[in-house]
Design a protein around this ligand. Structure first.
Ligand SMILES: [Mg+2]
Length: 220
């Protein structure tokens, strides 16, 4: 489990916080690898693990390029692999594997201690927090509950609500609307220079990039 490094974030005069979830509040890759392995279990008789991983990554990256919420769906990755391998009832198989994928993923998540310290600081200062995330609300809700941080997240904007991904400004506009705040009143925190940081910059929202490098969090 990798530790996420938060830069010093000045909360003075900040009236609202916009924050990403994956790789910003928890390390995505550790549960992701375990979920891929659990999914492979269903295909192991017909495909090697290397081929499975390659197909999974290829389809995921190709789909995400489309920028539509449904294109993040793991269900369709598993359906496509099942169809390519001529498995019977690929749609039923996809549902079963998708369920196993997310169950294993969510079971293996852990909130990052620096992220938690930051969220506690926002609560202490009565600053509302809106999650702005490029994944389905139903999945992200399960994650927030599992991470034990639902209490700190006042609102959520997900890509299936707004029909686009960050850095599209509609994601940020939806968050500002929920918080009843303007761009200059809020800050954005995320790990992705394009989706999170560029997206916020275009809106005139001050942004902070979190990293995986070694370092000490100012709030600890
Ligand atoms: Mg992220």
């Amino acid at each position: 489990m990798k530790e996420i490094t938060y830069p010093f974030i000045n909360l003075a005069n900040v009236k609202g916080v916009l924050i990403d979830l994956d790789n910003t509040i928890y390390d995505f890759e550790t549960p992701h690898q375990k979920a891929i392995l659990a999914s492979y279990h269903f295909f192991k008789k017909i495909i090697s693990f290397e081929e499975f991983k390659e197909k999974y990554s290829f389809i995921l990256h190709e789909n995400i390029k489309g920028g539509l919420p449904c294109q993040h769906s793991r269900y369709h990755i598993f359906r496509q692999i099942a169809e390519e391998k001529n498995l019977p009832y690929p749609w039923l198989m996809a549902e079963k594997v998708n369920l196993a994928f997310w169950n294993v993923f969510i079971k293996n998540m852990k909130v990052d201690k620096n992220a938690l310290a930051f969220l506690k600081e926002t609560k202490k200062k009565n600053i509302p927090v809106c999650l702005v995330t490029d994944l389905l609300a139903s999945i992200q809700t399960r994650k927030l509950k599992r991470l034990g941080i639902a209490f700190y997240i006042d609102f959520m904007v997900s890509n299936d609500e707004v029909y686009c991904d960050k850095p599209d400004k509609r994601m940020f506009e939806a968050a500002l609307k929920k918080l009843h705040l303007s761009a200059q009143d809020v800050i954005m925190i995320g790990d992705n220079p394009k989706r999170d940081i560029l997206g916020a910059d275009r809106m005139g929202i001050k942004s902070y990039l979190v990293t995986f490098k070694e370092g000490k969090n100012k709030f600890l």
